[in-house]
Design a protein around this ligand. Structure first.
Ligand code: PGA
Length: 247
C-alpha cells in the first residue's frame, strides 16, 4: 500500500487526476468503478478540464457504478446514477453504452446483482477502482460487517451512513435505508485501487484503515491485503503517528 499525503484537497485532487489519467493513457479501454460522495468531486473536475483540453480520451472506457439506493429509478434526481451522470459521465463525455449500472429499482434484485458481477467478470475485472472512505469504514456501500468475499448485493445502511448522507436528502428520515453495492470481492481484486480521503472527519477511520486489525468491522481495512493500493489523503485526514511519504 502506498500512502501519499498532500497538503490540501485541491492538491490531492490534482495528484489523483494524474494517477487516473495515466491509467487512461496506458489502457484506453480501461474498466473503472467510480464513487459518488463529495471527496472525488475535485478529481472529476480536474479530469473534465483535461478532457476539455484534449489531454485524455474517454471514448473507449467502460464504467461500472459503485452503489445505488434501493427503490429509485435511474432517472430519479436523488439516484446515485444521476449524481454520477452529472459530475462524472457527462463532463467526461462518457456515453450510456459505456456504463454498467446498478439498477436500484430492478424487479429481481438478487438477479440484477448477479448480472452485475457477471458483467464485471466478463470484462476481465476492474482495472481501476476509485473509492472513497465512509466514516464507518465502508467501501461503496459495503457496510460493516462486510467480508473480503462479499459479492454485489442488497445491503441495509448503518445508522452512521444514514446520518452521514442526510445532508444530501434534507433530513435523516428521507434517506433510503437500503442500497445496492458492488461487492468487496471484485473491488479488492481490482488491478489498481485509488482510495481518496479528505478532512478531519475521516482521521480516525483512516487510522483504523491503515493500521488497525484487518476485520469485516472496518471493510476498508481489507485494503491492507489488496494488490496495488494507493491512498491519497490530505493532511487534515492524516492520523499523526503514521509514518508517511510526503510528495
Ligand atoms: P464522502 O463519502 O466522499 O462524501 O465523504 C464517502 C463515503 O461515504 O463513502
Amino acid at each position: 500500500m502506498e500512502l501519499v499525503v498532500e497538503r490540501d484537497y485541491p492538491t490531492l485532487s490534482g495528484v489523483a487526476a494524474d494517477v487516473v489519467a495515466d491509467v487512461f493513457r496506458e489502457k484506453s479501454d480501461a474498466r473503472l468503478v467510480v464513487p459518488t460522495g463529495e471527496t472525488p468531486l475535485g478529481l472529476y473536475r480536474n479530469l473534465a478540464d483535461r478532457k476539455d483540453r484534449g489531454e485524455i480520451d474517454t471514448s473507449r472506457l467502460r464504467v461500472f457504478q459503485l452503489d445505488e439506493y434501493l427503490g429509485l429509478a435511474l432517472d430519479d434526481a436523488r439516484s446515485l446514477y444521476r449524481w454520477m451522470r452529472e459530475v462524472f459521465l457527462e463532463p467526461l463525455a462518457i456515453r450510456d453504452h459505456q456504463v454498467t449500472w446498478l439498477p436500484g429499482d430492478a424487479a429481481n434484485l438478487s438477479e440484477a446483482c448477479q448480472a452485475y458481477d457477471r458483467a464485471v467478470e466478463q470484462a476481465g475485472g476492474y482495472d481501476l477502482a476509485i473509492l472513497g472512505l465512509g466514516p464507518n469504514g465502508h467501501l461503496g456501500f459495503n457496510e460493516p460487517p462486510s467480508g473480503a468475499d462479499a459479492p454485489t448485493r442488497v445491503i441495509t445502511l448503518t445508522p452512521e451512513t444514514v446520518s452521514s448522507n442526510a445532508r444530501y436528502w434534507g433530513g435523516e428520515d428521507r434517506v433510503p435505508r437500503q442500497a445496492l453495492t458492488a461487492g468487496m470481492k471484485q473491488l479488492l481484486a481490482a488491478r489498481q485501487i485509488l482510495l481518496l480521503v479528505s478532512g478531519p472527519r475521516k482521521r480516525e477511520i483512516l487510522a483504523r484503515t491503515l493500521q488497525g486489525p484487518v476485520t469485516p468491522e472496518v471493510p476498508a481495512s481489507f485494503l491492507q491485503r489488496a494488490a496495488r493500493v494507493t491512498v491519497i489523503t490530505d493532511r487534515d485526514a492524516m492520523p499523526a503517528p503514521v509514518s508517511l511519504r510526503e510528495v
